[in-house]
Design a protein around this ligand. Sequence first.
Ligand SMILES: [Fe+2]
Length: 172
Amino acid sequence: MNAPLELRPAEMLTALVAASSGSERDYLDAARATLARYVAHPALLDGVPLTRTPGQYSRNFVFGDADVSVWAMVWPAGARTSIHDHHCSCCFAVLSGTLAETYFEPVGAGLAQPRHQALRSPGFIACMMPSGPNLHRMENLGTAEAVSLHIYGYDHRRHASSVANEYRHAAG
Ligand SMILES: [Fe+2]
């Protein structure tokens, strides 16, 4: 018996790819809809082997083509990214656990100052465009593992990651 439509990752991702060649709004709508399906049906990731590295987040490839790549991130306690911005669109959802996201502002050559921090709980979905404020750090400040799903507007065969620049935390 076929799985219900919302449980067919291949068809869902095909729709996402189709939207990636449309308007920015169409693409972001499709990315949000895709993330919402994973939030509602975390079992969609059952076929994806998730790696785990103590103290560090791990990136697990889910799907990719020339315009879009999808990654599941596993965040053990204490894992965090650098302070970074993106060269492409970045949409993500928290599937389990809680992540802290801190937005930064550039304050000099390679330096950034924190401006705002928020806790992202399961079901949270956000999209950032490369043209908007997108300088941030994500981290797991809790004790339980967190899992998030990310949809980026880049070709994983051409770019190592979505990160454009990394920054140092400005003192004070
Ligand atoms: Fe990021």
